[in-house]
Design a protein around this ligand. Structure first.
Ligand SMILES: C[S@@+](CC[C@H](N)C(=O)[O-])C[C@H]1O[C@@H](n2cnc3c(N)ncnc32)[C@H](O)[C@@H]1O
Length: 225
């Protein structure tokens, strides 16, 4: 049986080189976010960006929601694929609590010419998603969840109401740096416990089909039946 391998720095470079080049605005977002120091770890990797773009294409996403925008990389990657397919009809609603982080995002979106298609809503995503359900239930094609881990279950339930049948929900960081297999972390750390509980819940959830992937820090995919 084959198994997922840990990637050496050389293999990471190989994977990145085998993908197409990032859009210049994505490259600038990555470089400037790197310069912010430790927090830059929150940004998804370029290969995860390419993966999100392929997911958007596979479900022909025209309307997407993102929970956890940070400096705007994943939202821009997703929007570029959606814009390529649907032009100005593509829409992404990004949810974040930080004016500070997301303040940097608009410049990259402007540079890529898709700023008009991205709406940023600042506030706790639990409230923002509840507002969105009132107007967009069943009308969303894809939701990317990449914010506070203890919120993932609430975000999942809201996302399930938002997406159409055949719509895709993705969760980042479901391996949590490997802590999900460390019993002490699962017992003591609420973030790790929340991620383990979510994975177990989705495994048994008849409302979705799932694939738990080991890309990056782990991406869990749930396709609404
Ligand atoms: C891991 S970062 C997102 C990274 C982003 N997807 C990217 O690729 O660059 C998590 C983000 O979630 C936001 N966040 C944390 N708690 C939140 C909440 N309750 N509601 C909305 N956003 C939240 C943080 O401000 C942060 O910008």
């Amino acid at each position: 049986m084959s198994r997922s391998i840990g990637l050496s720095p050389e293999l990471v470079d190989y994977v990145r080189g085998a993908n197409r080049s990032e859009h210049p605005a994505l490259a600038r977002c990555r470089a400037e976010t790197d310069a912010m120091g430790d927090v830059s770890r929150m940004q998804i990797s370029p290969e995860q960006g390419a993966f999100l773009q392929m997911c958007a294409r596979l479900v022909s996403a025209r309307t997407a929601v993102e929970v956890g925008v940070f400096t705007g990389y994943s939202a821009l990657a997703t929007m570029l694929a959606m814009h390529d397919m649907h032009g100005d009809a593509a829409r992404l609603i990004g949810c974040d609590i930080s004016e500070d982080y997301t303040g940097k995002a608009r410049g990259y979106w402007d540079e890529a010419g898709v700023s008009e298609q991205i709406e940023l809503r600042i506030g706790d995503a639990r409230e923002t998603l509840a507002e969105l359900i009132a107007t967009r239930a069943g009308a969303v094609d894809m939701v990317f969840i990449d914010a506070d881990k203890t919120g993932y279950d609430a975000y999942y339930e809201a996302a399930l109401e938002l997406v159409r049948p055949g719509g895709l929900i993705l969760f980042d960081n479901v391996l949590w740096g490997g802590d999900v297999v460390d019993a002490a972390h699962v017992a003591e750390d609420p973030d790790t416990a929340a991620l383990v509980a979510l994975a177990a819940k989705l495994r048994a959830d008849a409302r979705v089909d799932i694939a738990f992937t080991a890309l990056g820090d782990g991406i869990l995919m749930a396709l609404k039946r």
